[in-house]
Design a protein around this ligand. Structure first.
Ligand code: MHO
Length: 214
């Protein structure tokens, strides 16, 4: 008898969505990620025709393992949200809350962030309405540059790359978004062969802390 995890969703706009995909995907407690367009009114936006939408990452997480506040710390730490110059709507800082609890936490933490700085925070907090998944080639973008890794782990379809928890992890690790300590700790649970683990480890170390997820 397995108890269903009561998974929750969180949605963040924080610049280029390839970065959010890596940063959140690798996080313990995050189950899966999907990048897409949200926050605007235009029907069926695409990358080339995004209209008034923003690039966002939609995160499915287990609230027993990671809290919304913890997700928000990662959000604040990893993008520029206080620029005085205007950021394109495509890359705006945006929190789309899924329930009242998320709304209150987001508002409270934005206030806290604001107190730490003198320029004003541009992050908008709005209700999540509609999410349009982005084109397949944007999903797990960094992992897609590693066809051997995709092949050897059996993540060989667009659908699997979009939905698989392992794909979310590998996409983050390959870009250097997880720490070396976390990688060492999680490796036994990833179910990788020795050779695959070595391949991945090289990138975890090489890309560690370079902050280049886009
Ligand atoms: N620097 C990237 C941004 C891509 S993104 C998904 C590019 O110019 O292609 O917005």
């Amino acid at each position: 008898q397995f108890e269903e995890i009561q998974a929750k969703h969180a949605t963040f706009g924080m610049g280029c969505f390839w970065a959010g995909d890596c940063l959140f995907g690798v996080l313990p407690g995050v189950i899966r990620t999907c990048v897409g367009y949200a926050g605007g009114q235009k029907e069926s936006p695409t990358y080339r025709n995004i209209g008034d939408h923003t690039e966002v990452v939609n995160v499915e997480y287990n609230p027993d393992v990671i809290s919304y506040a913890q997700l928000l710390s990662l959000f604040w730490e990893n993008h520029e949200y206080g620029l005085t110059t205007k950021i394109k709507r495509q890359y705006m800082s945006l929190i789309l809350y899924h329930d009242e609890e998320q709304k209150l936490i987001a508002e409270k933490l934005r206030e806290q962030e604001q107190r730490k700085r003198t320029d004003s925070i541009l992050t908008e907090i709005r209700k999540f309405e509609k999410f349009y998944p982005a084109e397949d080639y944007h999903q797990k973008y960094r992992l897609r540059n590693h066809p051997w890794l995709i092949e050897t782990t059996g993540l060989t379809s667009d659908e699997v790359l979009r939905n698989s928890p392992l794909a979310a992890k590998l996409n983050g690790y390959i870009a250097g978004a997880g720490t070396i300590e976390q990688f060492a700790k999680e490796l036994p649970n990833l179910g990788l062969t020795e050779k695959t683990a070595q391949y991945l480890q090289k990138y975890v170390i090489e890309n560690q802390g370079n902050g280049l997820y886009c």
